[in-house]
Design a protein around this ligand. Structure first.
Ligand SMILES: [Zn+2]
Ligand SMILES: [Zn+2]
Length: 339
């Protein structure tokens, strides 16, 4: 079968011929139908995330059809439509016991540490698949996994978002659109910040942003003060993590405000402790998501409350195109590989 593999020595991604994965008794073989192309992929290519072996199949946002099941698998059958929780927890450490499987001490991750879904087939432990209703497309299903479930985790498990809160998002791409819809559905007011007017227009017209700010044209801190009558925002979701966005984070936060880092670059976050203390502000971070988050966003999508925006569909051989769009910031929504 064909698979897009990252090679650690050359730091290049190439479409290779590889063997069909062999499943064990508790695994399922999925015929991949869609796989989201995420900004994280660039971190492999740029050398920020290393892999342990010589080569690995990337792709951690996976939807597909069950093709084959191991002898002990009872939760799915061949032909079932599913999405995949790409975090593979051990289910046997304190983090797992306490429901924080995204922080599992022995975690493996499809598309990060073991072969992922940029391939015609992928093998997955059976407890990691979640059924996908007929009303939700495979493309949307793939975009739900990392793109939406990560927002849900960041907003509720980490950020403790409530209906009284005002949220600001830095970076209004595919993931940002999901964050807006999830926060609006929870009753929060939302401010979207980006430097591309087209994305800001979509954020306001289609995805519920109450206000938008173009960070290149306006002073974000001043504008936020004006919009919130001097109070600031309760929660800032940081999807970008560059100095230009991080530098105003404390200025836009309200008293008891929380910044939640989801996106990052290699740039340091520099903050004055005094500015934090005066507001009792919190700096938080969120990584990946839990299976319960994936189920929650699937249900929101089925009920029409969440629509992950998929704007690009590519064949496996065209993998460089969506990656280049992510690199130069021209991707509007999520791009997916379709099979
Ligand atoms: Zn992702
Ligand atoms: Zn564990």
């Amino acid at each position: 079968m064909k698979a897009a593999r990252f090679h650690s020595k050359t730091r290049l991604l190439s479409v290779d011929d590889v063997d069909l994965p062999q499943i064990s008794s508790n695994e399922v073989l999925l015929k991949v139908r869609a796989a989201g192309v995420c900004h994280t992929e660039l971190h492999f290519l740029d050398g920020m995330i290393p892999i342990s072996g010589e080569a690995m199949t990337l792709g951690h946002e996976i939807s597909g059809e069950v093709s084959k099941v191991g002898s002990e698998v009872t939760n799915v059958r061949p032909g079932d439509r599913v999405i995949v929780n790409n975090c593979v927890p051990c289910n046997n450490c304190m983090q797992c016991f306490e429901g924080r499987e995204n922080l599992c001490d022995n975690i493996q991750q499809l598309g990060f540490t073991i072969d992922g879904g940029f391939a015609e087939f992928v093998k997955v432990r059976s407890d990691l698949v979640v059924s996908l209703p007929q009303s939700v497309s495979f493309e949307q299903g793939a975009a739900l996994t990392c793109g939406s479930a990560t927002c849900y985790h960041a907003l509720f498990d980490v950020g403790n978002l409530t209906s009284k809160d005002t949220m600001l998002i830095n970076g209004t791409g595919g993931v940002g659109f999901s964050a807006l819809q999830i926060a609006k559905n929870a009753g929060a007011a939302c401010i979207a910040v980006d430097v591309v007017d087209e994305k800001l227009d979509l954020a306001k017209k289609e995805f519920g942003a109450d206000y938008t700010i173009n960070g290149k044209k306006e002073n974000v801190a001043e504008k936020v003060k004006e919009l919130t009558r001097g109070k600031g925002v309760d929660i800032l979701l940081e999807f970008v993590g560059i100095p230009a966005t991080m530098k105003y984070s404390m200025d836009v936060l309200s008293k008891k405000g929380r910044i939640v880092f989801v996106g990052y670059t290699s740039a340091d976050y520099v903050v004055s402790p005094l500015n934090m203390i005066l507001k009792e502000a919190s700096v938080l971070s969120a990584i990946a998501y839990r299976k319960s988050n994936l189920i929650a966003v699937r249900d929101l999508t089925e009920r029409g409350k969440l629509r992950p925006l998929v704007t690009g569909r590519y064949q496996l051989s065209q993998i460089d195109e969506p990656l280049n769009q992510l690199r130069n910031g021209t991707a509007i929504g999520r791009s997916v590989l379709v099979f």
